[in-house]
Design a protein around this ligand. Structure first.
Ligand code: ADP
Ligand code: MG
Length: 874
């Protein structure tokens, strides 16, 4: 942009505002448009797909780029910018351009950030809207705080695990739209890329300096650990700058429902597709949340998402939820009544937040009344002795403040249009200060009608009409043929095609009175609206509680409804290390495949058979089985009933998954590297209370070191970690090795060999498979017949021991191990193996990717080592 000296006064004013709002896109009101200039204009043109124009050349001939959006549609554009992660300041004209001397005065009247918006049109959908704040200390410990200003929920705590990943995991369930970070430059360098990768759509910004701990609102109180953390104090500072009116209404909520919660790291949430699909190319892919969502309210949808991403780990709390679900399963009529009753229940939390932020529309207050009245009725029903005790505990929060409900009932009309203004909001008789000018105004309008009748009678012109237009105000209109009878006190005002228009002294006086009474009525209604919002404002936190109770009841009813409609069973949840499932089904795939889905059993127990090694060809159902196990546990611990014939779940407190290849080339890590990092994290953090699901370990490298690593990992999980673990593998050798471990078992997914090809049975059977059916699967995939024939030929030669290794000519055949997967060392490496001990002994997070890679290749060299049987290299 041009130097300040050559700026026009308008651009100068714009630059002044810009400098006071660094980091914001400033939308600058000029006439009927909100304009942006310079770099911002290029950005806005690109992001919003609006035309980039340019201002007239200035004194130096520079043409400043300019892009704008029409003011009446600004909320739509704001929504798009905010969803893309921009922070926007709206700069309005704060004086009447007609009255302004020189340049119109402009001021920022509204700041909209992704994590603090209140407007429905910008929020887009009922999903939670979290603003988070994270702090990472030099020692790697993290802490977070998060708030959804639209529902008043405030939560905080230490990170789930050390380092940037631990913080990302703590936030993954919340999917914040905006994240503030507090860290020294050293930590920031590590933290920001991790947050950016995990939350690509969130706005990231350095957190403001913290406020004093004692400035926290009383409703937030102290954190469960007794301290007000830095992330909370920073979050507070940001809210105070952006949405100060919302602050008094936030209230601390507990992610564990008052007890411990099941920790799901970011990867597990993604791998299990709990609330978002794994494949970014298929954003509408099925998620657990979607297949479990038959809630009927916006609060219910939010609560379901929260419960599924924050399952409990406290058997007592889980059983309490189950009791409530059971109570509804047992009372179909109550279940039906609850669900029908709540259908169409307005999003009272969001409305309340807009009341607090003074952005509510009058018709939303009418919706609020309807919602609160309904909540009051349901609360009453739940308080009766016939109501099932497990549901009765929700009645307290569900009941709105009687004073507020009374105020809304006394004040508001029965119905009101969406576009209605405050003037239409108040019932007559509610407020004398609104009624008086309104009646005055009505009387003035009556007198206008009377005047018309009088002038018609006295002139004898039946067609004489009083009309109104913007320019001339009120007038008498007389059509051409009657002009001769116009009385002398009419003064001519305007000529139109077929008539003449007149005014009179009396009409002028009346017009004046109509205008002033209308304005007075409007002003009185506005004033009353303001004080009315103030009265409702006092109850906002309580409305949030009502909404949360509605959400919880809606989800309990949802669970009960699914249990009945889909025949789910109540799992026995206990404090043990057992996991026993009979005829369990993958919750999401089961919905899609229906009767084609093959149910399977699960038997794990940290004390005894804690490790299941799963083999079977590609496409046989290994991944489906493992994900199913994870999802069934997650659902059980969220309080839901589950798709199985029977389930007994000893509470899991951490669920780890490592699945498939998640290449992160963009982050400079090969898929093998990612895999090793993930496994390292699991081996470090998992313990006897965890459930570990490992899909295909050690595949991204050559057969020998992959197998060696897979074996060492398996052994470590069995001996040291002692978690309940399911591990799927292509290495059939592993199953022979695991046969020697007391706590391990082998199983595979059955395949039927038919002359025309193989058939996947998807049934879990004990023991290992010997064949991997790779060629068969390739045939199913439609590889050219020629390729298949060649592969089959080579395979049988390999199996018959014709070659030293594939690709080698028979002439170069040599004694010793062959490169088929049937080859195995006789002595397995154990944790006492120096190479393995080395691998496991050192914390990998302290190393750079380079160092780790170097160490792995060294290990690889040692394991595949000097010529001779690999077993002897140990
Ligand atoms: P693998 O991991 O062994 O390669 P997957 O778990 O990815 O196999 O399963 C491949 C496909 O097989 C799935 O997409 C699904 O269509 C089908 N499948 C898997 N398990 C079952 C099952 N239990 N019942 C029916 N179909 C299944
Ligand atoms: Mg698989």
């Amino acid at each position: 942009m041009a130097g300040a000296a050559s700026l026009t006064p308008l651009l100068e004013q714009y630059e002044r505002v810009k400098s006071r709002y660094p980091g914001h896109l400033v939308l600058f009101r000029v006439g009927d448009f909100y304009e942006t200039f310079g770099e911002d204009a290029r950005l806005v043109a690109r992001e919003l797909d609006v035309v980039l124009t340019a201002r007239a050349p200035d004194s130096r001939g520079d043409r400043t780029p300019m892009a704008g959006v029409p003011h009446h549609a600004v909320d739509t554009y704001l929504g798009r910018l905010v969803r893309k992660g921009y922070k926007v300041a709206l700069c309005d004209q704060v004086e009447d351009p007609k009255l302004a001397k020189g340049l119109v005065r402009r001021e920022v009247t509204r700041v909209v950030t992704p994590g603090t918006v209140l407007e429905e049109s910008i929020l887009g959908g009922p999903e939670s809207s979290f603003l988070a704040s994270v702090v990472l200390s030099p020692d790697g410990r993290g802490a977070y705080a998060a708030v959804d200003v639209t529902t008043g929920e405030w939560l905080s705590g230490p990170a789930d695990a050390p380092g940037p990943e631990g913080l990302a995991s703590s936030l993954a369930a919340l999917r914040p739209r905006e994240i503030l970070y507090g860290a020294r430059p050293e930590e920031k360098e590590k933290l920001v890329p991790v947050l950016r990768a995990e939350f690509p759509r969130a706005r990231l910004e350095a957190a403001p300096p913290p406020v004093e701990a004692r400035e926290l609102p009383a409703t937030i109180g102290v954190a469960p650990d007794g301290a007000v953390g830095e992330p909370e104090a920073r979050l507070l500072a940001y809210l105070r700058a952006t949405q100060p009116r919302l602050l008094p209404h936030v209230e601390r909520v507990d992610r564990g429902g008052g007890g411990r919660r099941l920790f799901l790291d970011a990867k597990t949430l993604r791998h299990l597709e709990v609330h978002r699909p794994m494949n970014p190319d298929d954003p509408a892919g099925p998620t657990l949340l979607d297949s479990w969502d038959e809630t009927v309210t916006a609060a219910g949808r939010r609560t379901l998402s929260f419960w599924l991403t924050n399952p409990l780990a406290d058997a007592g709390r889980i059983r309490a939820r189950q009791e409530a679900v059971q109570a509804l399963v047992d009372r179909p009529e109550l279940l039906e009544r609850l669900r029908t009753g709540f259908r169409g229940f307005p999003d009272v939390s969001r409305i309340a937040s807009r009341v607090a932020g003074r952005r509510a529309r009058p018709d939303e207050l009418v919706a609020l009344r309807r919602g609160l009245a309904l909540a009051a009725t349901v609360a009453q029903q739940l308080e009766t002795p016939e109501a099932p005790p497990p549901l009765r505990s929700y009645a307290g929060d569900l009941a709105p403040s009687p004073a507020l409900l009374d105020l809304l009932l006394r004040t508001l009309p029965d119905e009101i249009g969406r576009g209605a203004g405050p003037a239409e909001l108040f019932r007559p008789g509610h407020a004398p200060e609104v009624d008086a000018p309104r009646e005055e105004h009505a009387r003035a309008l009556e007198e206008l009608a009377a005047l018309e009748r009088r002038e018609q009678a006295s002139t004898g012109i039946k067609g004489l009409k009083i009309g109104y237009n913007q320019v001339f105000g009120y007038y008498f209109e007389v059509t051409r043929p009657h002009l001769a009878r116009v009385p002398p006190h009419f003064r001519r005002r305007q000529t139109v095609a077929t008539a003449e228009r007149f005014v009179s002294d009396e009409l002028d006086r009346l017009a004046e009175r109509i205008a002033t009474t209308s304005e007075a009525a409007e002003r009185a209604a506005e004033a009353r609206w303001e004080s009315f919002l103030g009265e409702v404002d006092r109850e906002v936190a309580r409305i949030h509680r009502v909404s949360r109770a509605v959400g919880a009841l809606d989800v309990l009813a949802d669970f009960a409804h699914l249990a009945v409609a889909r025949g789910y069973v109540r799992p026995t949840v206990e404090s043990s290390s057992v996991l026993m499932i009979r005829e369990g089904r993958h919750p999401v795939l089961d919905r899609q495949l229906a009767e084609r889905f093959v149910a399977n059993d699960v038997d794990l127990d940290a004390q005894q058979h804690r490790l299941l090694v799963l083999t079977g060809p590609n496409m046989s159902g290994k991944s489906t089985y493992m994900r199913g196990v994870g999802l069934l546990v997650l659902l059980a611990q969220a309080g839901s009933f589950v798709p199985a014939r029977y389930a007994r779940v000893g509470v899991v407190d951490r669920l780890f998954t490592r699945m498939g290849f998640t290449d992160e080339i963009g982050r400079g890590k090969s898929s093998f590297m990612v895999e090793m990092l993930e496994v390292a994290e699991i081996l470090r953090s998992a313990d006897a209370g965890s459930l570990v699901l490992l899909d295909e370990v050690g595949r991204g490298t050559s057969t020998f070191d992959g197998l060696a690593l897979a074996w060492a990992i398996l052994r470590y999980l069995h001996d040291v970690t002692r978690s309940r673990t399911v591990l799927a593998t292509h290495y059939h050798q592993l199953t022979q090795l695991s046969a020697g471990l007391s706590g391990a078992r082998n199983a595979h997914l059955a395949v039927q060999d038919r002359p025309g090809g193989i058939v996947f049975l998807h049934r879990l059977v004990p023991g290992a498979t010997e064949k991997s059916y790779g060629v068969h699967v390739a045939r199913l995939a439609g590889l050219p017949a020629e390729v298949l024939r060649a592969a089959e030929g080579l395979l049988s030669e390999l199996e018959a021991g014709e070659f030293g290794s594939p690709g080698q000519r028979p002439a170069s055949r040599r004694a010793g191990p062959r490169y088929t997967q049937a080859v195995l060392w006789d002595a397995a490496p154990t944790a006492s193996d120096p190479a393995v001990a080395e691998l496991l002994g050192r914390p990998t997070e302290a190393e750079t990717a380079e160092e780790l890679r170097a160490r792995l290749s060294e290990l690889k060299r040692r394991l595949s080592g000097p010529p001779g049987p690999p077993g002897s290299t140990a």
